[in-house]
Write a protein that binds this ligand. Structure first.
Ligand SMILES: O=P(O)(O)OC[C@H]1O[C@H](OP(=O)(O)OP(=O)(O)O)[C@H](O)[C@@H]1O
Ligand SMILES: O=c1cc[nH]c(=O)[nH]1
Ligand SMILES: [Mg+2]
Length: 209
């Protein structure tokens, strides 16, 4: 059963508005996306298991919480996923990182893979797959399938914006992967762009248009 979580914290909603605004320049866009990603990392790691360990404070011994659960791996769908990755690493700097290079063929809207580099022990890790946009859902679904082939069993998907069509396609293909998004927008247009959306995420991150 698929779970979709819309992260509707006021700070996040405010910052998403800045990303959507076409007047927001590249540098500001990158900075705000990094801040949002940190907030999203906070939410998506909320259920990480804790164990108690023995430590000594300067004043006395104590049993204290410590993350001893499954280790993390953040996987970025290139290019635009890297804009999310950076903020997440601010919060969990010891996480391993994988990259899947995908671009969406503008004619068919199907993803084309051009790069793959994953940690060798990724099957033993909890994977947080990141891409700002879940539009048709084909890119994220292909990336999740590739991770499954690599042996990943525990995975979450994080995006900034999702279209209803993308949620349906992704959760249809991967019903066991929880989706975390900043917002669910109205629809896809005839070119597969999310409306109202924020435009082409890669171009906005890197100023390539
Ligand atoms: O859900 P989908 O319809 O597959 O679309 C979403 C994909 O489109 C964008 O990537 P793009 O192909 O523009 O590549 P880029 O990140 O290199 O710009 C975005 O970052 C997603 O990966
Ligand atoms: O709206 C969209 C759809 C796909 N990819 C983007 O970058 N933006
Ligand atoms: Mg793009």
């Amino acid at each position: 059963m698929a779970t979709i979580t819309v992260l509707d914290h006021p700070l996040l909603r405010h910052k998403l508005t800045l990303l959507r605004d076409k007047e927001t320049p590249t540098g500001k866009f990158r900075q705000v996306a990094r801040e949002i990603s940190l907030l999203m990392a906070y939410e998506v790691t909320r259920d990480l298991p804790l164990q108690e360990i023995d430590i000594e404070t300067p004043l006395e011994p104590m049993r204290a919480d410590y993350l001893l659960g499954k280790k993390l791996c953040i996987v970025s769908i290139l290019r635009a996923g890297n804009g999310i990755l950076e903020g997440m690493l601010d919060l969990v700097p010891s996480a391993r990182v994988g990259h899947i290079g995908l671009y969406r063929d503008p004619a068919t809207l199907q993803p084309v893979q051009y790069y793959l580099k994953l940690p060798s022990d990724i099957a033993d890790r909890l994977v947080i797959l990141v891409d700002p946009m879940l539009a048709t859902g084909h890119s994220a679904a292909a990336a999740a399938s590739r991770l499954r082939q690599a042996g990943v069993t525990a995975m979450k998907f994080v995006c900034l914006l999702a279209a209803p069509e993308g949620i349906a396609a992704f959760t249809g293909a991967h019903p066991d992967v929880p989706v975390f998004t900043g917002a669910i927008d109205r629809e896809l247009d005839s070119h597969g762009y999310i409306r109202p959306g924020l435009g082409d995420a890669g171009d906005r991150f890197y100023g390539t248009r």
